[in-house]
Design a protein around this ligand. Sequence first.
Ligand SMILES: Nc1ncnc2c1ncn2[C@@H]1O[C@H](COP(=O)(O)OP(=O)(O)O)[C@@H](O)[C@H]1O
Ligand SMILES: [Mg+2]
Length: 362
Amino acid sequence: MRLKKLSLINFKNLAQQEIVFGQSINCFVGDNGTCKTNIVDAIHYLSLCKSALGMSDSQCVLHGEDAFVIDGTYENDEGRREQIVCTYNRGNQKIIKRNGKAYERFSDHLGLIPVVIVSPADSMLISESAEERRRYINAFISQFDHDYLHQMIRYNAALAERNKYLKIGSDEQMLQIYDMQLAATSKGIYERRKEMIEMLQPIVAKYYGMLSGDRESVALAYRSDLQNGELTELLTDARQKDIILGHTTVGIHRDEILFTIGDVPLRKYGSQGQQKSFIIALKLAQYQIIAEQTGRAPILLLDDVFDKLDESRVAELIAIVASDAFSQIVITDCSYERMERLLSGSNADYKLFNVTYGKVLD
Ligand SMILES: Nc1ncnc2c1ncn2[C@@H]1O[C@H](COP(=O)(O)OP(=O)(O)O)[C@@H](O)[C@H]1O
Ligand SMILES: [Mg+2]
């Protein structure tokens, strides 16, 4: 799927803008605080129905205005057009339309226009708690497996109920019902996470090796309570503890994904550049898996990724994404000179846009 044209009205600081995209690399260059990330975020909205930066819909309306419109025209691999429009009015529901028809559930839209984003906010994937990594793996899998998403919703609902009940009661039969609900939904989630992390591992290692010139090796590993047995048994064993603590202490809501570099934790021992390279390798691997799973090439969004990377890693990254394995790419950077130099030396088909505050100049 390729984005042909993006029209924005009152989306963040973009009052009115139309952008015609090139087939492969699209690069937006401008000073800090102009509108580069806002453009990337608008593209993210059209794929995942929300901001990539965790901003609420109302925070994305241009200050002083009532509504925003994001209108994207895409072309799929067979040359068929898809028009996706996202509108939001302050105080009202957000509406996503595909070719004029509104979706009843946004989850039905996920995966139609797959997207993978690499942004400075991703450093949280390494620095923050396991919850951040679970959120990541959930969003990743949900783009091609709607069943997974629905299982997650059911699991979380059952977990919330069980935790609520543990604060007021300890009836064995009641708890058994919750335990069965948790066990029923967690198995598929566990299997899927395990499968995906195993699939990611060699591809992340490959891309990291390319970026670092094979200087270090990295790995990721899955840790889950479910590796220790059936959840119903684990919940029974933990029951007294759960009653005392008033919450559920075993289950896939405690899953962890470990990132390591040369067998030690990446968070503790990885330099900033190494951590950034890891995140990029992880996202490129995610791209490859989504492309395989959906049969559609995602749009790759690289927001400000060159900061903190040395020149050789930057050049290698450009060479990787300019290869046939990647389809359409959106890159943002603050240096026109650097981008022009890197792209003109890469043989890739590219389009460079200059941006100023709230405006894209062709
Ligand atoms: N809802 C909004 N209304 C008006 N301006 C906004 C809104 N949300 C963000 N902005 C502004 O948009 C500007 C550009 O942001 P951004 O795209 O992140 O810059 P950059 O080019 O550095 O990536 C910032 O100054 C920010 O304050
Ligand atoms: Mg930015």
